[in-house]
Design a protein around this ligand. Structure first.
Ligand SMILES: Cc1ncc(COP(=O)(O)O)c(C=O)c1O
Length: 360
């Protein structure tokens, strides 16, 4: 006899990327930023640690919401902070999708969306993307008609491509909410500034953002949602009272206030991304032009799993991804390597190691 809800017994649970705890790895598997956060962050954490840790943090995250509102040109009541953007995605699923209602998401993309729907006891559907990562709109529209929540990473993972605003506006479910998961938004050519939320369809849209990528703070756990205050007020009812701790709030407020530092790191990563893209092509890989801090690479005649294993043996970790039920892929299985853009030195080591492996 199981004590668990049937919905929990049915699922395997989400498997995050490998996080080795020993040293010496070149870690290019979970899209962390290779550069340190702003020195202002370390100062803010130190002074928060010396401060009032015996008291609960501000349940409304007022200082952070003010700072984020300035950056996105909205009022603070358009912002909802969370313990990583994954928590925001949990809050969204709990807020908008009842059991047996429908969550939809593009496929291949971020599989966590499916796990969150499963935990909620909701249904989910995959909107299969075309081989060039564009949308099959008639097929997508059939699912969107009945969806309460559409979750779309933009830029997408694992592909790194970004869809334009006109395409995204066509993906708002008529009876539901469109979430644009902009975890990688700062790495794109046209960073988003929330204008779309002020359009007539904006009342059915939420943008999510993370501090794990462009702000170099994956270890802190902080993300936030931007949406019309009516949506934010409802979502606030669902969150834990103190979902962001005092240390994370201090760190995130300092980080978002130092845009110069973040943008300088983003610029370095974008330059390295271009070099990585060109070098992988020269090795014979197909590479999707990326708007994120990683690239999606497939090789026409080498085993992706073997390449991943060979790199891992040499302490270089990239992400080997496999997607099943992809109708247009060979045998229905699409696999490939998702490689995070590291420092120039890390990418040099990756490339020379790959060169050795490929020449054997
Ligand atoms: C598309 C996408 N959304 C959200 C996240 C989660 O970010 P966070 O660290 O803020 O929970 C990730 C992490 O890799 C991601 O790839």
């Amino acid at each position: 006899m199981s004590l668990f809800r049937a919905a929990i017994d049915r699922i395997a649970g989400y498997a995050p990327g490998e996080q080795p705890q020993d040293s010496g790895w070149i870690k290019l598997n979970t899209n962390e930023n290779p550069y340190p956060p702003s020195p202002m962050v370390v100062e803010a954490i130190t002074s928060a640690a010396k401060g009032r840790l015996n008291l609960y943090p501000d349940p409304l995250s007022t200082a952070f919401r003010r700072a984020a509102a300035d950056v996105f040109n909205v009022e603070p009541d358009w912002i909802l902070p969370g313990n990583g953007s994954d928590e925001i995605l949990t809050i969204l699923t709990r807020s908008f999708v009842d059991s047996h209602e429908l969550t939809v998401y593009p496929y291949p993309s971020y599989i966590l969306y499916e796990t969150l729907a499963d935990i909620q006891g909701a249904r989910h559907a995959r909107m299969l993307l075309n081989p060039d990562w564009s949308w099959d709109m008639p097929a997508a529209n059939k699912w969107l008609e009945n969806a309460r929540l559409a979750l779309i990473p933009n830029p997408n993972s694992p592909s790194g491509n970004r869809w334009d605003d006109a395409t995204l506006q066509e993906l708002v479910p008529p009876q539901g909410v469109l979430v644009l998961d902009e975890a990688y938004g700062d790495f794109a050519d046209t960073p988003h500034r929330a204008e779309m939320l002020r359009s007539p369809l904006g009342k059915q849209m939420v943008i999510t953002r993370t501090f794990s990528k462009s702000y170099s703070l994956a270890g802190i756990r902080f993300g936030f949602a931007i949406a019309h205050p009516d949506l934010i007020a409802g979502m606030r009812k669902v969150k834990d009272s103190y979902n962001c701790d005092a240390i994370a709030l201090a760190a995130a407020t300092a980080a978002i206030s130092d845009q110069t530092w973040m943008q300088a790191n983003v610029a370095k990563i974008r330059t390295t991304r271009q070099r990585l893209d060109a070098a992988l092509r020269a090795f014979g890989f197909d590479v999707t032009p990326s708007q994120a801090n990683f690239v999606w690479a497939t090789h026409p005649d080498r085993s992706h799993r073997e390449l991943y294993e060979a790199l891992k043996q040499r302490k270089i970790l990239v992400r080997y991804m496999v997607y099943r039920d992809v109708a247009w892929a060979n045998g229905g299985v699409l696999d490939g390597l998702r490689i995070t853009v590291g420092t120039d030195a890390e990418i040099d080591t990756l490339l020379s190691t790959l060169n050795d492996i490929l020449s054997k």
